[in-house]
Ligand binder design. Structure first.
Ligand SMILES: Cc1ncc(COP(=O)(O)O)c(C=O)c1O
Length: 396
């Protein structure tokens, strides 16, 4: 008699994940959208390279690590479904985004289409470029759920629309914007599309071909669990020649004659010569480590934990869960009646529980529309547990 074997959905081995995360012994870390706890393999990669630098010299260490440094591009490309020559590794997500955005050219009347949850630094850049060039910023309305309205975006497209800019997962909440549907609009209208995926990468699969973006920026320290001060930029190969980096150096270009330089032909034209090899290697290891668990498996686990946290918070008197969006992620935001979010954060810190506070100025359009000044932000990762959620709610 043949036996039917039920295929078991892969899950996270939480015990192993925690064992490999030294910080789990010290804190309940619900600030993964700020910076996750690094797993030991990432930490070791960074420290090993720093040790090598101190023992043989930093340039010499970089030479020895050259093959590993090259593999970082393969790792990031694999994570995003991109090609290695479409990837630049830079200091952070903002600088990655800036290097592309400030390389685009705008004329008076050109329209930048964005959404209500756009990240502060991106919006400041829009304001600066609008002031300099006469381009205009158009904020596409949101749906009642809080996500950007794809229909409204479609209607907003005209011949003056020169850029669509979207924040995939905003800094201030659980919302997941419909990046793929926005990409379909961008592709139909042939309007360049820049995606801030800073808080998306590492917590669910992000595939640039499926999304249809031309440019994507992300960081290492958040859900990817990499070190701080390292991030990356993806620029689609076919789009590369449309962007001239706002500044060039000896790494981005070659001084070929007294009056002439030649730019690199790959995305590394957005990098600069001096970079931190240790954190770059750490980023590559963090990407490999995340892919080792599997991004779908990570997504399912973090969404389950976040949903459970939301449900528990919603049942607490005086607590209001503030997350919006039809699709929600690992980030949970809330306010507690009569309690200043900063006071909640420090009271929790006293119990070795890490959360953060998100202020109106970080996502001004959305926060003002909802009449919010600040909220507590608790963001979980796959190494967190239901038991930690219990302790968190008890402490709250
Ligand atoms: C949506 C979003 N974009 C960009 C950034 C900036 O990332 P980085 O500090 O790596 O530049 C953040 C940081 O919180 C963010 O939440």
């Amino acid at each position: 008699m043949s036996q039917r074997v039920e295929a078991k959905a892969p899950t996270i081995d939480v015990a192993r994940a925690r064992e490999e995360t030294p910080g789990c012994a010290n804190v309940i870390h619900f600030n993964n959208a700020g910076a996750s706890l690094m797993p030991r393999p990432v930490l070791d990669t960074v420290l090993d390279h720093l040790r090598l630098e101190s023992s043989i010299g930093a340039y010499e260490a970089a030479e020895r690590a050259a093959p590993a440094l090259e593999r970082v591009y393969d790792s990031i490309a694999a994570l995003l479904g991109a090609r290695r020559d479409e990837i630049a590794v830079v200091e952070n997500s903002t600088r990655a985004w800036d290097m592309a955005f400030y390389g685009l050219r705008f004329k008076p009347g050109d329209r930048i289409l964005t959404s209500a949850a756009e990240y502060v630094s991106n919006y400041i850049s829009f304001l600066q470029v609008a002031r300099r060039t006469g381009a205009v910023i158009d904020v596409v309305p949101s749906e009642p759920s809080g996500q950007v309205s794809v229909e409204a975006l479609e209607r907003a497209i005209d011949s003056r629309a020169k850029l669509i800019s979207l924040t995939y997962v905003p800094t201030n909440g659980g919302l997941v914007n419909p990046a793929r549907a926005v990409g379909a609009v961008a592709r139909r209208a042939n309007v360049p599309y820049i995606l801030d995926a800073c808080q998306a990468v590492g917590q669910f699969p992000v595939d640039v071909a499926e999304i249809g973006c031309d440019i994507l920026a992300a960081t290492g320290r958040k859900f990817l669990r990499g070190p701080r001060a390292v991030g990356f930029l993806y620029v689609k190969r076919e789009f590369l020649e449309n962007i001239e980096p706002p500044f060039l150096d000896v790494h981005a270009a070659t001084w070929v004659a007294r009056d002439r330089y030649e730019m690199r032909h790959d995305a590394r034209r957005f990098e600069n010569y001096e970079s931190n090899a240790a954190t770059k290697l750490g980023l590559g290891k963090a990407v490999d480590y995340a892919m080792g668990w599997g991004l779908e498996v990570i997504r399912d686990r973090v969404r389950g934990l976040a949903a459970s946290l939301r449900e528990r918070l919603a049942g607490m008197p005086g607590v209001v869960v503030r997350d919006i969006g039809a699709e929600k992620c690992a980030i949970v935001t809330f306010t507690a009646e009569g309690r200043d979010p900063e006071a909640v954060k420090s009271a929790l810190a006293g119990k070795r529980i890490n959360v953060t506070v998100t202020e109106a100025s970080m996502t001004r359009l959305d926060m003002e529309a909802r009449g919010l000044t600040s909220m507590v932000r608790a963001s979980v990762h796959y190494y967190n547990t239901e038991e930690e959620i219990d302790r968190f709610c008890g402490a709250l």
